[in-house]
Design a protein around this ligand. Sequence first.
Ligand SMILES: C=CC1=C(C)c2cc3[nH]c(cc4nc(cc5[nH]c(cc1n2)c(C)c5CCC(=O)O)C(CCC(=O)O)=C4C)c(C)c3C=C
Ligand SMILES: [Fe+2]
Length: 479
Amino acid sequence: MECARCSGALHLDCSARFLGKGGSSRSSSHSSSTNLVSTKYEQNSRRNVKPSQLAASGSSCLVNRSPVLKQRQNLSLRSTLADVYNTFDEKVISVSSHATEEKVGVLLLNLGGPETLDDVQPFLFNLFADPDIIRLPRLFRFLQRPLAKLISTFRAPKSKDGYASIGGGSPLRKITDEQANALKVALKKKNLHANIYVGMRYWYPFTEEAIDQIKKDRITKLVVLPLYPQYSISTSGSSIRVLQNVVREDSYFAGLPISIIESWYQRDGYVKSMADLIEKELSIFSNPEEVMIFFSAHGVPLTYVTDAGDPYKDQMEDCIALIMGELRSRGILNSHTLAYQSRVGPVQWLKPYTDEVLVELGQQGVKSLLAVPVSFVSEHIETLEEIDMEYKELALESGIENWGRVPALGCTSSFISDLADAVVEALPSASAIVTKKADESDSDMDLMHYLSKMFFGSILAFVLLLSPRLISAFRNTLL
Ligand SMILES: C=CC1=C(C)c2cc3[nH]c(cc4nc(cc5[nH]c(cc1n2)c(C)c5CCC(=O)O)C(CCC(=O)O)=C4C)c(C)c3C=C
Ligand SMILES: [Fe+2]
């Protein structure tokens, strides 16, 4: 695919995603892979513009001038990178019909989690300082960090209790490293010797550390694989943006052929692996056919979908339809429902909410329920604490008598093997991402923006941070 204005590889900022509303692929064997990172995603996906249409309409190559994110606390290289980094096999591999010497890297992107209770507040700071998590209007972006400090400080005690109840920290790093090792082995079996990197968005090993290591290793081709089956601006989108900022600034990355697998919930291997897990857990119930399959997905604020064009909800519904279709083809005809969990703050999130649906189902007389976490492939606080403890208790109180929960996919071999296939399939489409720097007149506009931001922002900061009444209202509603 070439950019209509500039020829050659599509520009970072010219590309359109085409998985938005009505555009999600139902292809059963392919993941959505691209070498593009779009900053115009919201507009184009909402209008459901295909790349070819965008090129034909001469859409401009706008440059995203948002500053490189520097919201890290504790970004010292405290931790060493995953062991997998040190096991690169310098072998000659053939990635296409043209035999080429390649050093293939696979970058696994994930959220990250606090490893100790002391990590909880700085981890939350990193999360809330992400403009893809708290989306402030451009004018108020400079309040992002003070706001993140405030919210993380208020939320930390509640989060700490949660992490304390699952052993004092998140298991995400360990599980992701295990998945990285398993993927390396699976790729080797498919004759692809690749180096696997783990890049976490909000905790160690940070995405930036993995990116540094990729450069040190002089990788010649990179496949980027977010460990989220469905794409959301707040998850895969946020992590890809980190890479996007590096590509814009660094000549090595600007020339590196990259392929990004944006979402892969539609792959046969994933769908079948999920169906296998559900089938197995259903069989544990004494009356399996009476069990309601309860898909519980992590929510996002509603405006992500309605205003920003996040394809997450569409992809989630598509994903559930595919899994249920697979189960039906196996003669499993149970009823099912989808609800969204883990909302934070006073705004409306995707509905229906998991806690409310559980109560309603209990009232309607549903007696057996199998919870299926569906937006994430590792166990984490929201499966181990929120589902296994909070929601289970609520369900039992609401009249549900038999409760089960499907484990996260983790290192399930059919799943890892399918991820390896996704990597192999994505390699041929890897190509350099082209960026464009802001010109002089843009800098003048930036200065004006900056000054007006400072003016209005200072007033808002004063009102927000110094008013005790507002602080207590904030505390009661947001946390
Ligand atoms: C697909 C998965 C996820 C989406 C979408 C997502 C959006 C999202 N999350 C928050 C706020 C928090 N998330 C937290 C933890 C957390 N979130 C996900 C996944 C998604 N988040 C995972 C896997 C985890 C757990 C990490 C771990 O340590 O195991 C937390 C911290 C925990 C807590 O305090 O509850 C917060 C806060 C927002 C605001 C958001 C969308 C805008
Ligand atoms: Fe989250």
